[in-house]
Ligand binder design. Sequence first.
Ligand SMILES: Nc1nc2c(ncn2[C@@H]2O[C@H](COP(=O)(O)OP(=O)(O)O)[C@@H](O)[C@H]2O)c(=O)[nH]1
Ligand SMILES: [Mg+2]
Length: 453
Amino acid sequence: MFATDDTIVAIATPPGRGAIGVVRLSGTDAARVATAILDRRRPLEPRHASLAHVVRRGGAPRAIDTVVVTWFPTPASYTGDDVVEISAHGSPVLLAEIVDAAVAAGARRARPGEFTLRAFLNGRVDLVQAEAVADLIDAVTPAQARQAFDQLEGTLTRAIVAIGDALFDVIARLEASVDFPDEGYHFVGAREAAETIEGISRRVDDLLAHAAAGRLIREGAHGVIVGRANTGKSTLFNRLLGTERAIVTAHAGTTRDLLTERTDVFGVPVTLVDTAGLRAVVEDVEREGVARARRAGAVADVAIVVLDRSVPLEESDRELLERTVSGPRVVVVNKCDLPAAWTREAIGVDDALDVSLVTGAGADAIRPAIFRALTARESLRETSALSNARHIERLHEASEALSVAAARAAESTPEEFVLVDLQRARVALEEVTGQRTPEDVLEHIFERFCIGK
Ligand SMILES: Nc1nc2c(ncn2[C@@H]2O[C@H](COP(=O)(O)OP(=O)(O)O)[C@@H](O)[C@H]2O)c(=O)[nH]1
Ligand SMILES: [Mg+2]
């Protein structure tokens, strides 16, 4: 996986037809391979867009497309190696032919993420930034894109490097003390060491404080719409998505399986699940749908409970309210355009939303309520530098190790013991940025990239 001395080639644009498609080459031989497949009198100029023909050799050479070629000589390129980008007409067949020609001229087909892996191995980006590239490409909401771009720009990297430097400094002073064992805490007093370590620990905790919010934006959330049959769940699902995705009928039991679609709730990508009504069911198909609805409800991040105010409350409504009371939820009291069969007092939910999903009255309040339910415990207003579960896990480890080290230093425990925990914190930080990352972790990270990136 980590061979970097050959030249790789891949289509960098998405599969399918487009106005332009880009083939990218990277490696020591990139310029030579490009020259071999191009018909151009003058040599390529660094960082200049040049017009050329791509030619198919073998037999009589024949031009197959007019392209624009840009050469980025090492080290100022995406990967840090020589890179050549060929912008051709965006036909999948044509782009595949260009790649084949490059392979015939000595290049190797790139693996997913291999260009970014090389950028990482060449020190062009750290691991946080490399992962941000994948996040940026995968972004489906503007907030996700902003968060990923922020990390790509190095915000998180800088914060972690600064923490790492402070840690390195206190480690160095304690190690120096170890070398003069008679003196004990010679280069730094026990109390001062404890305070410095606590300070470093606080900086890690500051990063972690907004991690849940960052993760919510990066990973999104699941929202499940639950309620008795015919209360308007599918109508709500369609309204939130702005499409007629679910079938709505006056027939109870129309939705029999789970329907799933993603929608943007103020930056949080929420996967909404429309479920079969939770009611006593007769048919097997519907029974299975109801069972799935219960399971979806059990794993959702937010429950959207839909009640019908035009018909009397039933035991199952109360059960549902009971079952969802402790978690994040939104209670929607629907069909307010019809005569009421019960009043709000009957359910005792202060923040229930009175709406008519048919006329639209009150419906605008639903999306903000979902957002509030999801973020009740987080502050999403702060831009969070931290969002990736891997980073969060390593920083928790660092935080824990630092607390132990601070406590030990405060008790004047011999430096060696304090150093053990400080080193543990340092390893955790270095694993985030990739200064020290096991190969299998790297492989796992780069596997999720697309080919050509
Ligand atoms: N009058 C009225 N009818 C509604 C309202 N919302 C939904 N309905 C109707 O209630 C019926 C059941 O809706 P549906 O969304 O399929 O309910 P589900 O079984 O919970 O998915 C349909 O005939 C809808 O048009 C509303 O606010 N007012
Ligand atoms: Mg339905």
